[in-house]
Design a binder for this molecule. Structure first.
Ligand code: SF4
Length: 185
């Protein structure tokens, strides 16, 4: 059943994108990671609890989706927007009454992540909305953060055209592509 759980939650799935296609999440992750993933490299997760954390995160999202849908939230929205020469693709967790909601499961909540604020800001831009909520779900805390500023098209282009590897300092430790990468930890 454990393999089934990994399979069902899709935590090891690698899917490619064209060069000029970016998921909203791709904008704020290590660019090398996106390159490995888009080229079809298979992930190798060496930190066991990182994988379990991903599985639990997926289960939290799926459970929350059921509850949110009961209350009229749209949890299946797929967005596309052309920004410059790039196609941005996004799947916000939930949208209702002019509010976009992002759910973030964490093993331990310490602080609000810049990456999460930026992602939510891109969704506000793509949806033409002004109100976003990031809901953190962690064993040590439930936190909600209100976001009222979109990330503009110019800023999206800036992030695409100024790639960094890694984007966040913790990324390498949990990265499924570390075995192929020469960036020192
Ligand atoms: S190991 Fe670090 S630098 Fe290399 S692909 Fe992964 S996150 Fe990026």
């Amino acid at each position: 059943m454990i393999d089934w759980l990994y399979e069902k939650t899709g935590v090891m799935k690698s899917y490619g994108r064209e060069d000029r296609e970016y998921n909203v999440t791709d904008l704020f992750i290590c660019r090398k990671k996106k390159m490995f993933r888009d080229a079809g490299y298979k992930q190798v997760i060496t930190v066991d609890n990182a994988l379990r954390g991903r599985v639990i995160g997926q289960l939290v999202h799926k459970g929350m989706s059921v509850l949110l849908e009961e209350d009229g939230w749209d949890t299946g929205m797929r967005l596309e927007k052309k920004v410059g020469d790039y196609l941005i693709i996004g799947k916000p967790d939930a949208v209702k009454d002019g509010v976009v909601l992002e759910i973030k499961f964490q093993r331990y909540f310490k602080e609000v992540g810049d990456v999460h604020i930026l992602q939510t800001g891109v969704y506000l831009n793509m949806l033409g909305l002004k109100r976003g909520i990031i809901l953190y779900v962690a064993p040590n805390a439930f936190e909600e953060v209100y976001i009222d500023r979109e990330v503009s098209d110019d800023d999206i282009l800036w992030f695409i055209e100024h790639p960094v590897s890694p984007f966040s300092k913790w990324e390498c430790e949990y990265c499924g592509y570390r075995v192929y990468c020469n960036t020192p930890l």
